[in-house]
Design a protein around this ligand. Structure first.
Ligand SMILES: Cc1cc2nc3c(=O)[nH]c(=O)nc-3n(C[C@H](O)[C@H](O)[C@H](O)COP(=O)(O)OP(=O)(O)OC[C@H]3O[C@@H](n4cnc5c(N)ncnc54)[C@H](O)[C@@H]3O)c2cc1C
Length: 397
């Protein structure tokens, strides 16, 4: 048996022994997701047991080095773990912007001191991070951001406003883009890290069409950000005034995460599921809708295959740097289509908003949430611009 086959057998046995049945159920809503953080609590004993088992094994961040809280899996082993978790529908033990966004940026640009401190905190789920990029007037055109950090020698005094900051009111720390040189657009931004409990930071939740409030306006009024948190732990990632490079690198990881690439074929084959669902409810599915479901299944399976190829290419350093934009565009448009079809199959009953039967209108609220997929992390229009320019090499305007 090859080493990889042995690893698969051992992983399968470990998952069987450690992943509670409840953690193999599909995630229904936010409460099913464990985000960690200073104020975190577990929804159930099963969620706690699953998180703790993974933490002990380094499986909250399996591909990170062991020194930084990971399991040090190589790309092939990480893929096997992903496949085996997908096979039993295991939920991620820990979800966080630290894992998906800040972590990869720190692994690439961070100092050893930053990696030791922040990556380990992220892997252990101790600190929950939010992302301070967008501002009123600076979303797609992010580089026009105005939040300003005035240099006071050993610290900055930061003033400004961020918007759409997901979970800012629940997060412990923020990675934040701050202008530190007003005379240089691209090379005048610093990628700062600071505590949301700092004096002068406040948040105001924004309500969504779905009724939920997952994001906030974030205000910074004379916030003092020290330049260093100790030896080899600067309060900024990369170099001062060169945060735009870090920001762009991180966006690639964010887009990859939002795209759902590597989620296997879990999003595929909704056609059969919908047919079963409709049959139970005694409905006949309209032939046109049935054809749309079949087309969706084919596209979703093709996307799953494309995702696998993309991840393999990343691991061997052969992915086009702009490819996450393509994955983000296709993945999010597909997810929107998936929820549209689920609503269409459910008929007018699916629009129900409050009853116990739908657990407070989960299907319709989830459907409305997907509308944001093609906006967050960069809009579909902007993704298409990037694909045209950087992948297809089409002339710009
Ligand atoms: C659910 C959700 C969570 C988010 N979480 C965060 C977060 O945690 N942190 C954070 O910093 N931000 C977050 N955002 C903000 C997100 O990154 C921005 O909404 C996004 O970048 C778009 O910016 P904007 O809203 O300012 O829209 P705008 O940039 O004002 O765009 C408005 C419209 O114009 C179009 N457009 C703009 N420029 C072009 C162009 N050059 N070519 C063609 N069309 C164009 C856009 O596609 C869009 O349709 C979140 C957004 C959502 C929806």
């Amino acid at each position: 048996m090859s080493d990889l086959e042995t690893f698969r057998t051992e992983t399968r046995a470990w998952l069987e022994a450690n992943c509670p049945p409840e953690m193999r159920e599909p995630v229904r809503d936010e409460e099913d997701v464990y985000w960690g953080g200073r104020n975190a609590s577990f929804k159930s004993d099963a969620q706690k047991a699953w998180f703790e088992a993974c933490l002990a094994k380094g499986y909250t961040v399996p591909a990170w080095p062991k020194d930084y809280g990971g399991a040090g899996l190589n790309p092939a082993e990480a893929k096997v773990l992903r496949q085996e978790m997908s096979r039993i529908n295991a939920r991620p033990p820990l979800s966080s912007f630290g894992i998906w966004m800040l972590g990869p940026a720190l692994l690439h640009f961070g100092t050893e001191g930053q990696k030791q401190r922040f990556l380990n905190e992220i892997a252990r789920g101790e600190i929950r991070w939010c992302q301070g990029y967008s501002e009123p007037g600076s979303g797609s055109d992010l580089v026009s951001l105005q939040t300003y950090g005035e240099d006071k020698g050993d610290h900055w005094v930061v003033n400004g406003q961020k918007v759409w900051t997901s979970y800012a009111d629940k997060c412990d720390w923020i990675f934040c883009l701050v202008r530190t040189d007003k005379t240089n657009k691209y090379q005048g931004i610093t990628f700062m890290l600071f505590d949301m409990a700092s004096e002068g930071v406040s948040t105001k939740p924004i309500k969504l069409i779905s009724g939920n409030s997952p994001f906030c306006e974030t205000f910074m009024e004379d916030v003092s950000v020290p330049k260093s948190y100790g030896e080899d732990v600067p309060a900024y990632v990369g170099e001062i005034n060169r945060g735009w490079d870090v920001a762009k690198y991180l966006l690639g990881h964010e887009r990859e995460m939002i795209s759902g690439a590597g989620g296997g074929d879990r999003t595929a084959a909704i056609g059969a599921a919908m047919k079963r669902h409709a049959a139970k409810a005694g409905d006949e599915i309209d032939p046109v809708l049935r054809a749309e479901l079949a087309m969706f299944d084919v596209d979703a399976l093709a996307y799953a295959a494309m995702g696998e190829k993309f991840l393999d290419e990343i691991k061997v350093g052969k992915a086009h740097p702009a490819q996450p934009n393509m994955m983000k565009y296709v993945g999010t448009e597909l997810n929107k289509r998936r929820h549209e079809l689920m609503m269409a199959t459910g008929g007018s009953r699916a629009l129900e908003w409050e009853s116990d039967e739908t657990d407070g209108g989960k299907p319709s609220r989830n459907w409305l949430r997907t509308k944001a997929n093609s906006i967050e992390g960069g809009t579909s229009e902007v993704m298409l611009n990037v694909i045209s320019k950087r992948i297809l090499d089409l002339p710009g305007s």
